[in-house]
Design a protein around this ligand. Sequence first.
Ligand code: ADP
Ligand code: MG
Length: 155
Amino acid sequence: MKNEYLTKNPNQTKKIGEVLAKKILKTHLRKGAFIIGLEGDLGGGKTTFLQGFARGLGIKEKILSPTFVIMKKFKIRVDSCSNSRRFVYFYHIDCYRIQKPKEILDLGFREIISSPKNIVAVEWSDRIRKILPRGILILKFEFIDKNKRRVKCTG
Ligand code: ADP
Ligand code: MG
């Protein structure tokens, strides 16, 4: 993944998500889940990015801003050839409304991130930094104007 992208519409942002998802499916096996954190402006495109990301994982259900649910679990549906690491589930977590990291721990977070079967995307990951492993991929979303967004990649 490049360090920085400037996108001009939601579809471009989705496309970056889709490409990243397909790359992650090809990564080598490691200890725990593959975790990405999404940070930055409200309306910056984090959920939009994850809609494309989920498409890259063969997920057909809609990815929404989880207003009432903090966490949603999806089954990854791609052929075993493109999913050599055999990921099984995609977890979409949104920390926008939480008061403290314990609310995420209470959902079984430690177990979820310890399984190499899982891909976990956390919106507003800066709010639970204390309970996240170090060195995970962090994407920062910046609102530039009505249709322009900057996506920066760190870690
Ligand atoms: P967040 O999850 O970061 O709060 P959302 O993805 O929910 O942001 O919202 C982004 C909003 O901005 C959506 O309504 C989307 O259609 C709009 N938008 C306009 N241009 C872009 C762009 N280039 N990338 C992503 N979203 C965009
Ligand atoms: Mg969102």
